[in-house]
Write a protein that binds this ligand. Structure first.
Ligand SMILES: Cc1cc2nc3c(=O)[nH]c(=O)nc-3n(C[C@H](O)[C@H](O)[C@H](O)COP(=O)(O)O)c2cc1C
Length: 531
């Protein structure tokens, strides 16, 4: 007996405390009825939930192979991380892909590449030229409809819509400062124009069904507020009317009262303490003709180019829009097509997985409709859906995209680890959260430079592939420049044969002429010190 007592007395107090806590937890597990696993396996049942929580990270770092994961596999993420840190982003020993498999895509190089003149800003020797990485859009947006402030984006790659609210203030600030340095535009997302979008970069004002920032108390659009906002913020260069996005077309949303801080209420123009419901449809118009009128009214009142952003499925209304544009000579200056593979802050899985076409089908469907109506030289086509990698971007240009937008790739460049917890407010990297502690880990000075580096590398590799194919500008790519493997004894077909159209030729003389354009966006000296 004495040995038992002396043994018990020798056990440290902290072990008793741990034991007591374990007993309390085990008792609680047995008595509760909410979680069967914890009830049936008291204490150890908790490990299942813990491991489930860190499952994505475990698979990402330990289990999955380089090309296995979605949306972005390790190879793709590593390329973005290395590019943003100016580290070695090359690959040794050759491709690790099975390039004979069906559906594999090949970009065709010319026998002799495009010869870059030594005075050309893209010449390898001119690394210090301020335009060394600049690939301006070959089209001027809004020129055809005679808008007062037409716009030629300085970069063919830009930041896609992501709101302040779905991303943290520091993440938005990093992207805006980085965009200013590189010269691309920064799309606000539908959460309104925040102070964090105002560090100098060109801005595209994205407007969804809630008209955040330009609405009355009932959520109706107010033109005077839009005009005032645009007048007070000349960095806004275009308005994007969001009809839908690839990850959740036709799905409204709720901004819970708990998320509405005084600052968010001010930016979005919503009351504090009440849930705000975003309907799936617009209240400012109810049919395609009404939408065209609405676009024209906004363009006339603000002088800015106005476009639409949409996912794609049924084609009747796209046909109607094209008919109307021919009939009236009016309509959107640009059309942003978002693929079903696109990202979101939060969406029901069935929507994200199944509703709307992937980008290649979505884009080709709409492009062909407008081509049939001879409208493609009058519209700028913008594409998004995992295009922030050089070969994917080139494929989009070959299919007819004039400009591309990138969202999640931009997030990756500033430190996103694809934890896929944007919808929980617990993003571990502080990017897709409003948790002040998590956000405090972001240093906008560093992250803006990372984003700038990523954009430079992406532009550099796009232009290198362009040169390899014998062209000066990606707008010169066509549907015959890319082959798709049929997986059968090296049999391939071109994009043209597969999708049934040839790209409408984009008028282009040289990059120098684009850089000298009066409507060119961004600053004259990219990289100028950010305030
Ligand atoms: C966190 C997050 C928030 C987004 N918010 C918006 C939004 O407010 N409005 C919108 O039109 N699209 C929004 N999107 C969609 C993106 O703008 C983009 O169209 C889509 O993610 C495809 O681009 P990606 O594949 O490069 O990410 C959001 C995407 C993400 C990841």
């Amino acid at each position: 007996m004495e040995t038992v007592w002396s043994f018990l007395a020798s056990v440290p107090v902290w072990l008793y405390i741990i034991l007591a806590i374990a007993i309390i937890i085990a008792l609680r597990d047995v008595l509760q009825r909410k979680h069967t696993i914890q009830h049936n396996f008291p204490l150890v049942g908790h490990f299942r939930y813990m491991i489930e929580t860190i499952g994505p990270e475990l698979r990402q770092y330990i289990v999955a192979n380089n090309r296995e994961e979605l949306p972005f596999n390790r190879r793709q993420r590593s390329w973005i991380y290395a590019s943003s840190k100016k580290e070695n982003n090359y690959q040794g020993f050759g491709t690790d892909q099975n390039i004979q498999e069906a559906g594999y895509v090949f970009i065709k190089p010319a026998m002799l590449p495009y010869r870059v003149d030594s005075t050309h800003s893209h010449h390898v020797k001119n690394g210090n030229d301020p335009h060394h990485y600049t690939i301006p859009s070959a089209k001027v947006i809004g020129a055809y409809h005679g808008r007062k402030r037409p716009y030629r984006p300085r970069s063919v790659v830009n930041v896609s819509a992501m709101s302040y609210g779905s991303l943290s203030a520091r993440a938005i600030e990093s992207l805006n400062k980085g965009s200013f340095k590189f010269g691309n535009y920064h799309n606000t997302g539908e959460g309104g124009l925040s102070p964090y979008h105002k560090y100098g970069a060109d801005v595209v004002f994205n407007m969804g069904t809630s008209y955040f920032g330009v609405r009355d108390d009932e959520g109706n659009f107010v033109m005077e507020k839009l005009v005032k906002l645009m007048q007070n913020n000349p960095t806004v260069r275009m308005i994007e009317l969001k009809l839908s996005q690839g990850a959740k077309p036709g799905k409204g949303g709720v901004l819970p009262a708990s998320k509405i801080t005084a600052e968010i209420a001010e930016i979005r123009g919503v009351p504090i303490g009440k849930d705000v419901v975003s309907p799936p449809y617009h209240s400012a118009f109810s049919d395609v003709r009404g939408m065209v009128d609405f676009i024209e009214q906004m363009a006339a009142a603000t002088g800015l180019p106005v476009g639409i952003k949409s996912a794609v499925g049924k084609t009747e209304m796209w046909e109607e829009l094209a008919d109307l544009m021919v009939e009236t000579g009016k309509g959107p200056d640009f059309i942003t097509i978002d693929g079903g593979e696109g990202g979101t802050g939060a969406a029901p899985p069935s929507f994200a997985d199944h509703v709307s076409l992937p980008l290649v089908f979505a884009f080709s469907t709409v492009y062909k409709i407008f081509q049939k109506h001879n409208l493609n030289d009058k519209i700028t086509f913008i594409a998004s859906g995992k295009l922030g990698l050089p070969a994917q971007a080139v494929m989009a240009f070959a299919m007819g995209a004039d400009v591309i937008n990138v969202a999640r790739e931009a997030m990756l460049s500033i430190g996103c680890i694809q934890a896929q917890s944007c919808h929980t407010n617990r993003c571990p990297t502080g990017i897709a959260t409003n948790n002040k502690w998590l956000e405090s880990g972001i240093d906008p000075a560093l992250k803006s430079e990372r984003f700038n580096n990523y954009m430079k590398t992406l532009a550099k590799e796009i232009i290198e592939i362009t040169h390899a194919a014998g062209y000066e500008h990606p707008c010169q790519f066509g549907m015959a420049d890319i082959d798709i493997s049929m997986g059968d004894n090296n049999r391939t077909i071109t994009l043209a044969d597969n999708y049934g159209y040839l790209k409408t030729v984009v008028p282009f003389s040289d990059i120098k002429a684009l850089l000298e354009c009066d409507h060119l966006g961004g600053r004259d000296i990219p990289g100028e010190k950010v305030a």
